[in-house]
Write a protein that binds this ligand. Structure first.
Ligand code: ZN
Length: 433
């Protein structure tokens, strides 16, 4: 069996250069009025981007650029052109469930997987429409390895969608994830793979990696509440031994671990355990910030989702929700000041996919990030975290041709990033208004 596979591979490798010679890659030229290339600290005016096949071949000033004969020319001379954006924290298998419609639980209890996958394919399309040409989708919420399937369908060209980095099922502990609150006698599904002990933790990571996880996602905190003094407290989940087993296994595969962690014990275990990215990080204390700088840990703050659906102000949940928002901004400011590496992420799916993903940008800018830095958190830096420096998140020779455009000037008003009018992914135009 092995022999015949390698034979087929050699045959394919021999064929492909001939096929390439017979049908030369199409060439597209984009005229950019203003170009934010992802790398430079300032935009450039009147640039010409040459795209050959699915790669950017050259970027040069309009006067000096030679237009290859036979090229398709796309005129974006009245727009701001930037690299395809990257949302580092999405959930295509969540739809911003509202309690009145059954909330989270009904997804796992009543909807067939195919129904959820169909909706996930719509979410994926929504990301692409909005100029997010890459997403790191951080768990399927009980839909198993559905993200691997959606990713395959996108790559095979059956459905439109962004490039996907997937984590599959995610990992937490007993008592560390919904579904919850059912009679103990009734077995209900969980939104994650539950592990207890370092052996189970390592095994879950192995299974998920074996089944296509590009990253591993771990929940290091779960419930959160206010203590008597009004401080935000969150329940830690995995022990240090458990998270260390997962990180050790995952790093051995050359992959990375994303840790959902709000604050306190769980946050510190995540960092001591060698987590690669802290998700949410609502309340980063000084020691955590210092450790993140030292270890090069990424911070994916996901501000937007915490501004959605605050509980009523006079309830314990409402007070807690407001406290979360109140500590989040200062954490971001602290991280920026210390030089923590920050990536753009929204937790979309936690709020409906009908809302704009780019709503995250104004939150980042509100707390002192420059619009250019905010854009780079969704391009250059996100690509770096994903191990795709030079390939994604930049408009530069050799990079994948993931290119978007917005009317207006997002460096003046980042809300302009909600008005994406042009999307090219992998050299193919998906949207042109
Ligand atoms: Zn999330």
């Amino acid at each position: 069996m092995l022999k015949s596979i390698s034979g087929a591979l050699v045959f394919f490798l021999c064929l492909s250069p001939i096929a390439a010679a017979q049908s030369p890659s199409p060439v597209t030229v984009i005229r950019a009025g203003v170009l934010i290339d992802g790398k430079a600290s300032a935009p450039r005016r009147d640039q010409v981007i040459v795209v050959r096949g699915n790669r950017i071949e050259s970027v040069s000033a309009a006067g000096s650029a030679a237009i290859p004969p036979g090229a398709t020319v796309i005129d974006l001379s009245r727009a701001t052109v930037l690299p395809g954006m990257i949302d580092c924290h999405t959930h295509i298998f969540l739809q911003g469930e509202v309690p009145e419609e059954g909330g989270y639980d009904i997804q796992l209890l009543k909807y067939p997987l195919a129904y959820r996958a169909a909706r996930a394919s719509v979410s994926a399309r929504r990301a692409l429409e909005q100029g997010f040409t890459t997403i790191r989708d951080v768990e399927t919420e009980g839909a198993g390895y559905g993200d691997v399937g959606i990713k395959q369908a996108i790559e095979a060209g059956y459905i439109p969608g962004p490039r996907m980095f997937v984590v599959t099922r995610a990992i937490s502990t007993s008592g560390g994830y919904p579904l919850e609150g059912y009679a103990p006698e009734i077995a209900v599904p969980k939104g994650v793979q539950v592990v207890d002990g370092p052996v189970e933790a390592r095994k879950a990571a192995r299974e998920q990696l074996d089944n296509g996880a590009d990253w591993i996602k771990v929940y290091m905190t779960h419930r959160s509440w206010l203590d008597a003094a009004g401080n935000l407290v969150s329940q830690p989940t995995l022990t240090l031994e458990e998270i260390r087993a997962i990180v050790d296994e995952t790093h051995g595969w050359g992959r990375k671990v994303a840790c959902h962690a709000y604050n306190g014990i769980g946050l510190h275990r995540a960092l001591d355990g060698g987590c690669d990215s802290i998700e949410h990080g609502l309340e980063l204390d000084d020691a955590a910030v210092a450790q993140m700088v030292k270890q090069g840990t990424w911070y994916c703050p996901t501000m937007s989702v915490y501004y959605n659906d605050l509980g009523p102000a006079d309830t314990p949940q409402g007070k807690r929700d407001r406290k979360r928002v109140a500590v989040h901004g200062p954490s971001l400011q602290k991280a920026m000041k210390a030089g923590v590496k920050i990536v753009f992420g929204t937790d979309v799916g936690g709020f409906p996919w009908t809302q704009p993903i780019a709503q995250e940008f104004p939150h980042l800018v509100e707390f002192g990030m420059s619009p250019m830095a905010a854009i780079q958190s969704a391009t250059l830096h996100a690509a770096e975290m994903l191990g795709m420096s030079g390939q994604l998140g930049v408009i530069a020779p050799g990079a994948y041709a993931d290119i978007v455009a917005v009317p207006g000037d997002p460096l003046k008003d980042v809300k302009d990033l909600e008005r994406v009018s042009f999307v090219m992914k992998d050299g193919q135009v998906f949207r042109k208004d």
